[in-house]
Design a protein around this ligand. Structure first.
Ligand code: MMA
Ligand code: CA
Length: 305
C-alpha cells in the first residue's frame, strides 16, 4: 500500500515538473512571438537574456525537484526494504512459533494419551484392590470368628484340664491317705515313716516304698538320725554309691550333708554299695552292705513342700 502511495506521489511530481516546463515554454513562445511583432536589437538582447535566465531557473527548479524525488524514492526504498525484512522476520517467527506450537500440541497429545493409559491402569488396579480388600475383610471376619470359637474351646479345654488335674491330685491324696491309714506308718516332723516287718534286698525295698508314693529314708538332721536309731532295727535306708563307686548319695540324688557312718565304715568298697542302720545303739549307726542282703527297711513319705 505504502509502495503504491510512493508511486502515486512520484507520478504526481512528474506531472508537476512537466506542467512547470510547459508553462516556461509558453512564456518563451509568447516572447518569441512578441519579438517577431516588434523587432529591435535592444529588445532582442533583453528577450534573449530573459529567456536564458528563465531557462536556467526552470532547469534549477527541475534539478531540485529531481534531487528531492530521488531522495524520496531512496528513502522509500530503504523503508520498503526494512518493511520487507520485518515481514520476512515476522513470517519466519510465525513459522517457528507455529512449529513450536504444533510440537507442543503433539507433546500434550502424547501426555494426554499417557495420562489416559495410566488412569485406565490405575482404575483397573483400584478395582482389583477393591475386590482383594473385600476378600481380605471377609477372610478377616471369618478368622476372627474362628479365633473366638477356638478361644472358647481353649477356655473349655483349660477348664477341663484344670478339673482333670485337680481330680488327679485328689486321687493321689486319697491314695496317700489310704496308705497312711495302714499300720506301720508313723508321723515325724513333716514326714511319714514306714518300718517293714518283712525283709527284702535294697532294690526290692525301694520298689515297695516307691509304690506307696514314698522312697527309702533320707536323713538330713541329727533329729532324724536319732529318730531312725530309736526303732533299734537293722534296716535299709536310702543311701547308695551305686551310681559312682565311693561317692555316697541319697536316693533323691542329693549329696550327704552330715554323715553318721559307724567306726571303720564304709568298708565294703565295690562289694557293699547300699546303706543301712546297723549299730543303732550308737549315734554313728550307718554301715555299707551288699545290696543283695535281705533286710528290713524304712520308707519316708514327705508330707510338706
Ligand atoms: C558285716 C557286714 C559289713 C560290715 C561288717 C562289720 C562281716 O561283714 O555287715 O558290711 O562292715 O559286718 O563288722
Ligand atoms: Ca560295711
Amino acid at each position: 500500500m505504502a509502495f503504491y502511495k510512493e508511486q502515486y506521489d512520484m507520478s504526481a511530481a512528474n506531472d508537476e515538473i512537466s506542467t512547470t516546463v510547459n508553462s516556461s515554454n509558453d512564456i518563451l513562445n509568447r516572447h518569441s512571438h512578441e519579438d517577431s511583432k516588434a523587432p529591435s536589437a535592444a529588445s532582442g538582447v533583453q528577450l534573449y537574456r530573459f529567456g536564458t535566465v528563465t531557462f536556467g531557473l526552470v532547469a534549477l527548479v527541475q534539478l531540485g525537484l529531481i534531487t528531492f524525488l530521488a531522495l524520496r524514492i531512496q528513502a522509500s526504498q530503504k523503508n520498503l526494504t526494512e518493511v520487507k525484512e520485518q515481514l520476512i522476520r515476522a513470517i519466519y517467527n510465525t513459522e517457528a512459533n507455529y512449529t513450536n506450537v504444533r510440537e507442543k500440541k503433539d507433546d500434550l497429545k502424547r501426555a494426554l494419551n499417557d495420562f489416559s493409559f495410566q488412569l485406565n491402569s490405575l482404575t483397573e488396579e483400584r478395582d482389583k484392590l477393591k475386590i482383594v480388600n473385600y476378600e481380605m475383610e471377609t477372610r478377616s471376619k471369618n478368622l476372627t470368628e474362628e479365633r473366638d470359637e477356638l478361644q472358647g474351646k481353649l477356655n473349655n479345654l483349660d477348664t477341663e484340664a484344670r478339673s482333670r488335674i485337680i481330680s488327679l491330685e485328689r486321687d493321689k491324696l486319697r491314695k496317700r491317705l489310704t496308705t497312711l491309714a495302714q499300720s506301720g506308718w508313723t508321723l515325724f516332723r513333716g514326714s511319714a515313716y514306714y518300718i517293714s516287718s518283712t525283709t527284702k534286698t535294697w532294690q526290692e525295698s525301694r520298689i515297695y516304698c516307691l509304690s506307696a508314693d514314698a522312697d527309702l529314708m533320707i536323713i538330713n538332721s541329727k533329729e532324724e538320725q536319732d529318730f531312725a536309731n530309736s526303732f533299734q532295727i537293722y534296716m535299709w535306708i536310702g543311701l547308695t554309691d551305686l551310681r559312682t563307686e565311693g561317692t555316697w548319695e541319697w536316693v533323691d540324688g542329693s549329696p550327704l550333708t552330715t554323715s553318721y557312718w559307724g567306726t571303720t565304715e564304709p568298708n565294703g568298697k565295690t562289694e557293699e554299695n547300699c546303706g543301712d542302720i546297723k549299730t543303732f545303739t550308737t549315734e554313728r549307726s550307718w554301715n555299707d552292705e551288699n545290696c543283695s542282703h535281705s533286710l528290713k527297711w524304712i520308707c519316708e513319705m514327705k508330707l510338706t513342700q
